[in-house]
Write a protein that binds this ligand. Structure first.
Ligand SMILES: [Fe+2]
Length: 203
C-alpha cells in the first residue's frame, strides 16, 4: 500500500465512478431478473458484471492510494430499484426516451485528454483506459439491445392494430420515464452531477 501522501485531485472522480458503477450493477441485474426478453437480459447481465467490477476496482484503487471510498446517501435509490425490479413495468418504459449522450461523449473525450496529458498516476491511468474502453463497448451493446426492444414493440403494436383495428395498449414511454439505468444513462448522469458538484467545491 502506498503511503498516505497528498490527496490526488482526482480522488473524488474515482469515488464518484465507483459509486455510480456499483449502483448501475444493482439496477441492471434487477432489470435482467425482471424481464422476459432473454436477449435483453443477456446484455444487461454482461454490462452489470462489468459495472460491478468497475465499482470494486475503483474502490480498491482508492484504498491502494491510502484513502477510503466515501459512500453517499441516495434518497431516490429505493424507488428506482423498485421500478427496475418490477416485471409489470415494461422494458420500453425502463429504457425510456432516446437520450442526448453529449455529456457522456464529453466525459470520454475529457478523460482521454487527461490520460494523454499524464494527469493520472500510472496505475490509475491504466485503470481509466480499461474502464473507458469497456464503457464505450457497453454503451454500444446497450444501445443495440434497446433498439431491438423498441423494434419488437413497434412490430407488436402494428400486429395489434392490424388484428383488432385499435390499440390502447401502446407502450409509449411515460413522460416521467426519465429514470436512471445503465452506465450510459444513470451511471453517467449521476456521475456528471457529482463532477459538477466537485468542480464547484474546488473553486
Ligand atoms: Fe458504467
Amino acid at each position: 500500500m502506498e503511503t498516505h501522501a497528498e490527496k490526488p485531485e482526482y480522488l473524488g472522480l474515482l469515488n464518484a465512478i465507483s459509486l455510480a458503477e456499483s449502483d448501475a450493477d444493482v439496477y441492471l441485474e434487477a432489470w435482467a431478473n425482471a424481464t422476459t426478453d432473454e436477449d435483453l437480459a443477456c446484455v444487461l447481465r454482461l454490462v452489470a458484471a462489468r459495472e460491478k467490477s468497475h465499482g470494486e476496482v475503483f474502490c480498491r484503487r482508492i484504498a491502494e492510494m491510502g484513502f477510503e471510498l466515501r459512500p453517499k446517501a441516495d434518497p431516490g435509490a429505493a424507488a428506482r430499484l423498485a421500478k427496475y425490479a418490477n416485471p409489470k413495468v415494461s422494458d420500453l418504459e425502463k429504457i425510456g426516451p432516446e437520450r442526448d449522450d453529449s455529456g457522456t461523449r464529453k466525459f470520454f473525450a475529457d478523460t482521454d485528454r487527461k490520460i494523454a496529458e499524464g494527469y493520472f498516476d500510472p496505475m490509475t491511468c491504466n485503470l481509466m483506459q480499461w474502464y473507458i474502453a469497456e464503457e464505450k463497448d457497453s454503451g454500444r451493446r446497450l444501445r443495440a439491445a434497446y433498439d431491438c426492444v423498441r423494434e419488437k414493440s413497434h412490430d407488436g403494436k402494428k400486429a395489434r392494430l392490424n388484428g383488432n383495428g385499435a390499440s390502447h395498449t401502446a407502450e409509449a414511454p411515460t413522460a416521467d420515464a426519465e429514470a436512471i439505468m445503465a452506465c450510459m444513462t444513470a451511471g453517467f448522469s449521476r456521475l456528471e452531477k457529482s463532477l459538477e458538484k466537485l468542480a464547484k467545491a474546488m473553486k
